[in-house]
Design a protein around this ligand. Sequence first.
Ligand SMILES: Nc1ncnc2c1ncn2[C@@H]1O[C@H](COP(=O)(O)OP(=O)(O)O)[C@@H](O)[C@H]1O
Ligand SMILES: [Mg+2]
Length: 257
Amino acid sequence: MTDPAIELTGIVKRYGAHAALDGVSLSVAKGEFTALVGGSGSGKTTLLKTINRLVSPDAGEVRVLGANVRTSEPHSLRRKIGYVFQEVGLFPHLTVAENIAITPKLLGWDKSRIEPRIANLLGLVDLPLSVATRAPSELSGGQRQRVGVARALAAEPALMLMDEPFGALDPLTRDALGSDYRALHERLGLTTVMVTHDMAEAVLLADRIVVLKDGRIVADGAPADLLANTTDPDVRALLEAPKRQAERLSAKLAGVS
Ligand SMILES: Nc1ncnc2c1ncn2[C@@H]1O[C@H](COP(=O)(O)OP(=O)(O)O)[C@@H](O)[C@H]1O
Ligand SMILES: [Mg+2]
């Protein structure tokens, strides 16, 4: 057996008296695409941030590719883990190329290595080379999010953590980015944990869905298995939402024609 890509054991994170994470254990295999879902405030962002040590848990242990993150060197973690933020988070005063080069520069790569890498990354996320010299404000929302993905991939991480990466986009752009990203996940052999509040997105993109509620995992499995097996009424309602929506849509469209 190879090491799991990510292993969380008994993670607790408190803010004052409130436990944002209340005993979370989770093992993610290499190559897996996991969707992390749950209501607002259920602990999704906190869980993601314990993996790359933006949040330090009060109890429990986090291992990434076999190494304990508490004792790992920050640069080595940054190289292993790409992070796509909830609000893109491109620096407005830097060009697209400069935004993408942030981590490689921190890691001390020289220019002769960074420049071809930027061209290569723009190709990977399907953006023209001409955007490299532009400011983020000159791009569409979808293009900006593609830059966010390129920036996260810059140092060839094995793991990608994505926090509602496509949440602010219109539905068509969102679909295109989601399926393009899934293809990249395959092609680059990544391990991905993606937070989303869109259950249809989770079902369509992920191999596995983990449901958080009040800082605890209340369901975990392949999309079809979850729906067949869950006894939690909230989880069932969440999982059935896309199906109900599709049924309402087709009923309405049938009525119109
Ligand atoms: N830095 C913080 N300080 C205080 N409370 C926080 C902080 N970060 C998160 N929380 C609280 O922890 C809980 C989980 O938050 P979060 O992980 O952001 O949830 P989600 O991403 O699922 O919406 C919420 O109740 C939130 O208010
Ligand atoms: Mg969040």
